[in-house]
Design a protein around this ligand. Structure first.
Ligand code: HPA
Ligand code: ZN
Length: 314
């Protein structure tokens, strides 16, 4: 059974759905962007811009239900059994869909996917780093304003180069204070020591990416000792040009150091990847990253309750 622990819900949008929602919601995206297979991006900074533009076609709770259902169905077809989505509550709240309505739509999609295709899912509410710490507190307040079995975590996405991670401690304190588990993008674009900083200042249970840990034996040792799960997204790293080939990817060296590796598709609709491909890439990178070993790590690292974990393991 395959598990996706790092996927941005709106990043699952495939071209066909982008076109469908653009038409339905009367959102116009420049022809030149749509004509390009990569929507015009060529590195992380331009990716984030293209991502904001293209994902602006998602407007309503019904749209959220469509994209969630669509991704879970694709996962099930590939042997997926569990997915944790990231979504920032204020994004759609700003355009008129209150968070409880977003959550209702996601829960409806999740319930249907569990029932019809046997794939389970949960939500990680996120703050967007480049929108700053005040917006992050707003995201945390929104996330914790409602009680739901669907919502299990709080995360930090966006541009790692903006702000210092400690500025987000208040938001994470609010979220963790209400029982949400914590993850944050760290050590994808900035050096190894920022991973430890993020873990300590935000109280993380997992790290998004964390691949630059490989640059510091000391950081890798600390991550290994803590059995801190690292959400590695090989297809994303290759698409964004962080490494030229699987052979150059550091995940094997992280396994050597004893790090706990789990996998994610990140933005599969943009990076041309899926859960099956991520597992194939991981196995190609290191034979110790077989489905069984990675799934065991993933279930242990999942933010859902123990009862759900037990049912995933059997
Ligand atoms: N990285 C960081 N933030 C993001 C991404 C990503 O791949 N997708 C959406 N927000
Ligand atoms: Zn990500």
């Amino acid at each position: 059974m395959l598990v996706d622990l790092h996927v941005h819900l709106r990043g699952t949008l495939v071209r066909e759905t982008v076109l469908f929602l653009a038409e339905r919601n009367a959102v116009s995206i420049p022809e030149a962007i749509l004509a390009d297979a990569r929507y015009g991006w060529h590195d992380f900074a331009t990716f984030l811009k293209a991502y904001d533009l293209v994902t602006s076609v998602v407007k309503s709770a019904a749209d959220l239900e469509v994209i969630t259902t669509s991704y879970l169905k694709r996962c099930a077809e590939l042997g997926g059994g569990y997915v944790e989505f990231m979504l920032s509550p204020p994004d759609l709240a700003r355009t008129g869909v209150p968070f409880p309505d977003q959550l209702k739509a996601l829960t409806a999609a999740a319930d249907r996917a569990a029932e019809e295709w046997g794939v389970r899912s949960r939500l990680i509410a996120t703050a967007v780093r480049h929108l700053g710490p005040r917006a992050a507190v707003e995201a945390a307040r929104m996330a914790t304003s409602i009680q739901s079995d669907m919502l299990v975590g709080f995360g930090l996405t966006g541009d790692e180069h903006q702000h210092e991670v400690g500025e987000f401690a208040e938001a994470f304190n609010i979220a963790r204070g209400e029982g949400l588990r914590a993850t944050a993008h760290a050590g994808e674009h900035r050096p190894a020591d920022t991973i430890i900083e993020a873990i300590e200042l935000l109280g993380l249970d997992r790290v998004g990416h964390g691949i630059r840990a490989v640059e510091s034996p000391d950081v890798m040792r600390q991550l290994a000792e803590a059995r801190m799960p690292l959400e590695v997204c090989l297809g994303s790293n290759l698409a964004l040009g962080l490494y030229r080939s699987v052979a150059e990817h550091p995940v094997g060296r992280m396994v050597d150091a004893g790090c706990a590796i789990v996998l994610g598709t990140d933005d599969p609709g943009f990076f041309g990847t899926d859960l099956a491909r991520e597992h194939a890439l991981a196995l190609e990178a290191d034979p110790r990253l077989g489905i069984e070993a990675v799934s065991t790590n993933a279930i242990a690292a999942a933010f859902c309750d123990e009862h759900t974990k037990n049912s995933l393991a059997h």
